[in-house]
Design a protein around this ligand. Structure first.
Ligand code: GLV
Ligand code: GLV
Length: 321
């Protein structure tokens, strides 16, 4: 009998076909609706492997019924949706998809930075709404990117890829990280600072750190007060790292100048979310890694990780060694 696996969303067909060679595969077929927790609860009891997305909450309660489960393969680099400790206690291997999305996510982060600084979505709407009557000296003016100071919080793979892009714009690059990255400092001319200094000195504060209990609300009122009133906050990591109420206040009060957000505390955000009412906020629906090629690669890596574990081999990307 083939091992049973459950895939929590429609993924590219070639990858499903590949998995079907080795496994008895069942799939939550909807493209735009996440699998209900109830369905997941039933499935988890009978499967050997789970292929899931960041939209699934894999908590302790769910894992109680996971009596045969050997592997949870998350099609994402972040894995804060999974209770790693609970999985480890049950001997379940958890894997993610780092590496393949690094450059794509750094591209999106820089695109969001530029869009926010130069008010691109606002300017585009302005034109479509028929407001463009003449060229005028201070109309839709934003902040410069070249020669400015960028502060990168979290210098992992994606943070470093962002630094390479910043270097191309001749930016002064500060970073804060749990440990210093001397090689990157030397190669890219980065400067390590305390979080406080980074917040005080940066024109762009970019959050590139994983979401953990330690980074929960790492950026809140106190941090916004340290930032320049011309500063721009960019978050393409996880929403819970920023206190959204405090961010709203900081933007509304002019404590900071603008924000570009690809992630939110509760996703999807509802249309009445206060941040969506502010003109100086650029919002995206969590599309950091969303290039066709990269999403294909992420699905391939997630499938490979699942195959390796269930074949008794060592997968490449174990997060709970
Ligand atoms: C996306 O947010 C990911 O973690 O891959
Ligand atoms: C993710 O790949 C990171 O380390 O930034």
């Amino acid at each position: 009998m083939k091992p049973k696996i459950f895939i929590t969303r429609k993924i590219p067909i070639p990858i499903i076909n590949q998995l079907e060679k080795s496994f008895d595969v069942s799939i939550w077929e909807h493209e735009d609706i996440p699998v209900p927790q109830k369905v997941l609860e039933e499935k988890i009891a009978e499967i050997d492997g789970l292929f899931c997305l960041l939209t699934e909450t894999i908590n302790k309660e769910l894992l109680i019924n996971a009596t045969k489960l050997k592997v949870i393969s998350n099609m994402a680099v972040g894995y804060n949706n999974i209770d790693i400790e609970a999985a480890s206690k049950k001997g379940i291997i958890v894997t993610n998809t780092p590496g393949v999305l690094t450059e794509t996510t750094a591209d999106l982060t820089f695109a969001l930075l530029m869009a926010t600084a130069r008010r691109i979505p606002e300017a585009s709407s302005y034109m479509r709404e028929g407001k463009w009557e003449t060229w005028s000296p201070m109309q839709l003016t934003g902040q410069d990117i070249f020669n400015s100071t960028i502060g990168i919080i979290g210098l992992g793979r994606i943070g470093e890829a962002l630094a390479r892009r910043a270097k191309g714009f001749n930016m002064n690059i500060l970073y804060h990280n749990r440990n210093r990255k001397l090689q990157a400092e030397k190669e890219l001319g980065l400067q390590y600072t305390t979080l406080e200094d980074l917040l005080k000195k940066s024109d762009f504060v970019c959050i590139m750190t994983p979401y953990t209990p330690e980074t929960h609300y790492m950026i809140q009122k106190e941090q916004f007060l340290l930032m320049k009133d011309t500063a721009i906050l960019i978050n393409t990591a996880r929403g819970g790292i920023v206190n959204e109420n405090d961010l709203y206040q900081a933007l509304a009060d002019g404590e900071i100048w603008a924000a570009g957000l690809d992630v939110f505390e509760m996703e999807p955000v509802s249309l009445d979310h206060p941040l969506l009412t502010l003109p100086n906020v650029v919002t995206l629906p969590h599309i950091g890694s969303a290039s066709i090629a990269t999403r294909m690669k992420m699905a391939e890596v997630a499938a490979d990780n699942l195959l390796l574990v269930l074949n008794g081999d060592i997968p490449k990307n174990v997060v709970n060694k």
